[in-house]
Design a binder for this molecule. Structure first.
Ligand code: SF4
Length: 356
């Protein structure tokens, strides 16, 4: 798998050092930071709008690089203020990203792959398998697109890498994107405001820890034992919960960052008291937080969320076991909120008229 490469280079695929190197013979390396400020801080849509960059340099940038990696194919706005974009990449593939509003938080959820290979049974993103990895610039492009939906007085406050794809399966492209999000000359977001989600790829979790930047890590567990997890998250058959928890413990030891365990509640599958008891036993001696997610329904998947009383009871059992647990609020329920569902419906109805 590789990103599309029959196009002009994407400016956001260049690291700060690579852009500096390109700028050196064209007026000085210091121009790189100036250009990056326009891209990540000032919300321009093209190189020509970078007013304090010399005209010749703007012309060179325009002729050598693409500014955006995508065009907006669909833009949905929920009654609760959540906005979802279906973006079309330069090779025609599509991906989803979301902007969520909550009090003074502006959280964006971004994708790392076109589709997903993990095959979680409740997820629309994995239904068609994985098409390819996104490049660093294609990952960052979602941030640029969503940031430009905000009014001038607002900024993105949090990033969750939790959209389509398994982020750690594309760590090579993700890491430079995380650095740009975190760096003062990029988006300047503190590491505690950036969450990376994973189904649990131990080797890659350790690689992320080795950056020594304490990003939040969210491990999608969804089951308290291997027998059940093998059914819900098929990739578990090759890994196993014990290995994942050991890597998560190592992540905590190295970064000091408490691990969040994501648990999608599926009625009649993993939502019983016995499951909560077992989960409690797994996590009670760990520095862990459990984020319970009532499943977002997907039209083609015959699974559903339990009712609110069962969900609350699950929380109580965990709390009684000494495990911190909360239920994630539903956002954008009226705009195909389930990850991958918008892309899936666009693929299934290709004759639909897309916004330009
Ligand atoms: S839940 Fe995440 S890891 Fe699982 S199939 Fe969907 S996108 Fe992939």
């Amino acid at each position: 798998m590789s990103s599309s490469n029959n196009f002009r280079p994407l400016i956001t695929d260049l690291s700060r050092d690579e852009l500096k190197e390109w700028c050196v013979p064209r007026g000085g390396g210091y121009r790189a930071d100036q250009i990056r400020r326009w891209i990540f801080g000032k919300r321009v849509h093209d190189f020509e709008s970078m007013h304090d960059v010399p005209a010749a340099l703007r012309t060179a940038l325009t002729s050598e690089f693409d500014f955006f990696a995508t065009r907006i194919s669909r833009h949905l706005v929920s009654t609760d203020g959540t906005e979802k974009l279906l973006l079309e990449l330069r090779d025609g593939e599509t991906l989803e990203c979301v902007l969520m509003r909550e009090e003074d938080r502006r959280t964006v959820c971004i994708s790392t792959q076109v589709g997903c290979a993990m095959g979680c049974v409740f997820c629309a993103s994995g239904l068609l398998g994985v098409k390819r990895n996104l490049s660093t610039g294609e990952i960052l492009d979602q941030i640029l697109r969503l940031d430009r939906l905000l009014p001038p007085t607002e900024r993105i406050t949090n990033v969750v890498v939790m959209g389509m794809g398994e982020p750690l399966a594309n760590l090579k492209a993700l890491l430079p994107a995380l650095h740009t999000l975190n760096a003062p000359g990029g988006m300047g977001l503190g590491a505690r405001r950036i969450t990376v989600s994973t189904v649990g790829l131990p080797e890659k979790m350790r690689e992320l820890a080795a950056t020594d930047i304490p990003f939040h890590l969210a491990v999608s567990l969804h089951a308290p034992n291997d027998l059940l997890r093998n059914e819900i998250v098929p990739v578990n058959k090759n890994i196993g919960i014990a290995e994942i928890l050991a890597a998560a413990d190592d992540y905590f030891d190295r970064t000091g960052r408490r691990i969040t365990y994501e648990y999608v509640l599926l009625a009649g599958v993993n939502d019983q008291d016995a499951h909560a008891d077992e989960l409690g036993r797994l996590l009670r001696r760990r520095n862990a937080h459990v984020n319970l997610i009532p499943m977002n329904s997907v039209s083609t998947i015959a699974l559903e969320a339990p009712g609110s009383p069962r969900t609350q009871h699950f929380v109580e059992v965990l709390k009684n076991a000494g495990v911190n647990a909360t239920v994630r609020k539903r956002k954008g329920a009226d705009i195909d909120a389930a990850c991958g569902q918008l892309r899936l419906s666009a693929l299934q109805t290709p004759d639909v008229v897309l916004e330009s």
